[in-house]
Write a new protein. Structure first.
Length: 438
C-alpha cells in the first residue's frame, strides 16, 4: 500500500487573507459552501466565484455558516467530499464561564509548549473562538480519517477550555467571518495568526502516533512522524472516526432521548479511546456526550463506564499491534474487540430510518440501497425526484449569482453575465425572467 507520507506531502504555500484558507490558486478542487440557518439553504462557491463569496461575507447576515472543506457542487455530504482544506477546532469557552481573552491565553500556552500548532486563523464566533489550521494545497478525501484523527487529538488538548468534542466531521461548518451571531448580536471576526500553511504530516506530528499508545513524555515541537502504511491500522481509524460521528449523530437524531445510556456510553467511549489513547480525554468526551442526553447519567457512572471501555479498548489495541495490525476472531482470549455494526444496531435498537442518516453503523439492506443508488448515479440514471431536486438547486444557485451580478453592475451585458455564470446567453434571458417573477 502507498505510504501515507507521500500522499500528504506538499510544497510551502502562504495565505495573506483569511479567505485563502478556503479558496486559493492551490485549492481549486470542488466547492466550498455557506449555509444559512434560517432558510436551511446552501450556496456553493468555486475559485471563480471568489468575488461573490466575499460579497456574501460583507452582507453581515445573521447565522451564516461556512464549510471547512470542499465538496461536489450541490452536496455537502461525506460521500461528496472533494478536498480537505482545513482542520478546525470549535471552542465554546462560554459554556465553562471562561472568557475569550482567557481562552486565547490558554491557547497560546499550548502553542508555546508544543502541544498544538499555531492556528492560521482564529475566528471570534460571537461567544467563543474557532481555530483554523489551513492545509497546503488541500488534501485528498482519502485522508479524511487522518484529518478527523488530528482534529480529535487537538480537541483533547483543548477540552479544558470548552473544545466541542462533537465537531470533528469533515462536513461540519463554522461561522462565516463578518456574519452576525443572532444569539448575542455580535459580529463574527477573524484574525490571521500564521501565514504559512501546514501539510497534514506537520499537523500529525503534534499527535500521538497512530500505531502507539499515548505516552506521558513531553512532545518535541517540530518533530515529524512517519505515517505507517499498514492497511489494518488505516481501516481501524477510518471505522472509528466514522463511528464516533455516527454515535453523536444518533443522539442528535433522537433529540437526546436515549434509553440505553450506559450501553451507548460504553460503545462511544471504546470508540473514542482508540482514537485518543488517553483515559482522561476519553472520559471527558463521554461526559460531553452524556450532557446531550435528556436524562444524563450520574457523573461517577459515566466515569466508571468510560474508564472500563478505555481499558478494554487499549487491551485490544496492544494485541492488535502485536498481530501486526491484523484483526483476529478468536473468542476465548478474553479480549473485547470493537463491536460489529450489526451488534451496535441491535444493542441500540437503531431503526432503518435512522440508518439512512448514518455513515457506517448500517445493516446489509441499507448498504445494498446505497450501492444501488451509487451505481444508478454512475450510469447517469437517477429517480425523477432526485433529478428535480438537483436541477432546482442548480437553478437557485444561478439565480442567486445572477442577482448578485446585476446588483453590482446593473448595466452588464448578457454576454458578460453568461461568462460569470458559465451558461449561454439564452440561459441568461431565461434566468432574468425567473428573477422578475420572484
Amino acid at each position: 500500500m502507498e505510504n501515507f507520507s507521500r500522499v500528504i506531502e506538499s510544497q510551502e504555500t502562504f495565505i495573506d487573507e483569511w479567505h485563502e484558507s478556503y479558496l486559493s490558486d492551490s485549492k481549486i478542487t470542488g466547492f466550498i459552501c455557506t449555509f444559512q440557518l434560517a432558510y436551511k439553504q446552501h450556496r456553493f462557491y468555486g475559485l471563480n466565484d471568489l468575488k461573490q463569496f466575499l460579497a456574501a461575507a460583507d452582507k453581515q447576515e445573521k447565522d451564516i455558516y461556512l464549510s471547512l472543506n470542499a465538496f461536489e457542487y450541490g452536496s455537502r455530504t461525506t460521500q461528496a467530499l472533494k478536498q480537505i482544506r482545513n482542520i478546525g477546532v470549535d471552542i465554546d469557552c462560554y459554556k465553562l464561564n471562561i472568557t475569550v481573552p482567557k481562552a486565547l491565553e490558554e491557547v497560546k500556552k499550548l502553542i508555546v509548549k508544543g502541544n498544538i500548532p499555531n492556528p492560521n486563523l482564529v475566528i471570534f464566533s460571537g461567544r467563543g473562538i474557532q481555530l483554523i489550521f489551513s492545509i497546503s494545497g488541500g488534501a485528498s478525501p482519502k485522508m479524511a480519517f487522518l484529518s478527523q484523527y488530528i482534529t480529535t487529538q487537538f480537541i483533547s488538548e483543548l477540552k479544558h477550555i470548552g473544545a466541542d468534542t462533537s465537531a470533528t466531521d469533515v462536513t461540519r461548518v463554522f461561522r462565516l467571518p463578518y456574519s452576525i451571531n443572532s444569539k448575542n448580536g455580535k459580529q463574527v471576526n477573524v484574525e490571521l495568526w500564521r501565514s504559512l500553511e501546514y501539510s497534514l504530516l506537520e499537523l500529525y506530528s503534534f499527535c500521538t502516533p497512530l500505531e502507539q499508545r499515548r505516552k506521558p513524555s513531553k512532545k518535541r515541537k517540530g518533530i515529524l512522524a512517519t505515517l505507517p502504511s499498514k492497511k489494518g491500522l488505516k481501516d481501524l481509524y477510518s471505522l472509528n472516526t466514522a463511528r464516533k460521528n455516527d454515535l453523536e449523530l444518533l443522539v442528535a437524531i433522537r433529540n437526546g432521548e436515549i434509553e440505553k445510556r450506559n450501553v451507548l456510553t460504553y460503545i462511544y467511549s471504546y470508540t473514542v479511546a482508540l482514537i485518543l489513547k488517553n483515559k482522561e480525554a476519553t472520559i471527558e468526551f463521554a461526559r460531553q456526550l452524556n450532557d446531550r442526553f435528556n436524562e444524563p447519567s450520574k457523573a461517577r457512572e459515566v466515569t466508571r463506564t468510560a474508564g472500563n471501555a478505555y481499558d478494554d479498548a487499549l487491551t485490544f489495541f496492544e494485541e492488535f499491534k502485536k498481530r501486526d495490525f491484523r484483526m483476529w476472531y478468536q473468542n476465548m482470549d478474553g479480549i473485547i474487540r470493537p463491536m460489529k455494526s450489526s451488534t451496535i444496531i441491535e444493542e441500540l435498537e437503531i431503526t432503518p430510518e435512522e440508518m439512512q442518516q448514518l455513515s457506517t453503523v448500517i445493516d446489509k439492506a441499507e448498504k445494498q440501497a446505497r450501492d444501488t443508488k451509487r451505481k444508478r448515479k454512475a450510469r447517469g440514471s437517477v429517480t425523477r425526484e432526485e433529478y428535480n431536486k438537483d436541477q432546482q438547486e442548480k437553478i437557485d444557485d444561478h439565480l442567486h449569482k445572477l442577482g448578485q451580478a446585476l446588483k453590482e453592475n446593473p448595466k452588464a451585458k448578457r454576454k458578460d453575465l453568461a461568462e460569470i455564470l458559465g451558461v449561454s446567453v439564452f440561459r441568461i434571458d431565461q434566468l432574468k425572467r425567473q428573477l422578475k417573477s420572484l
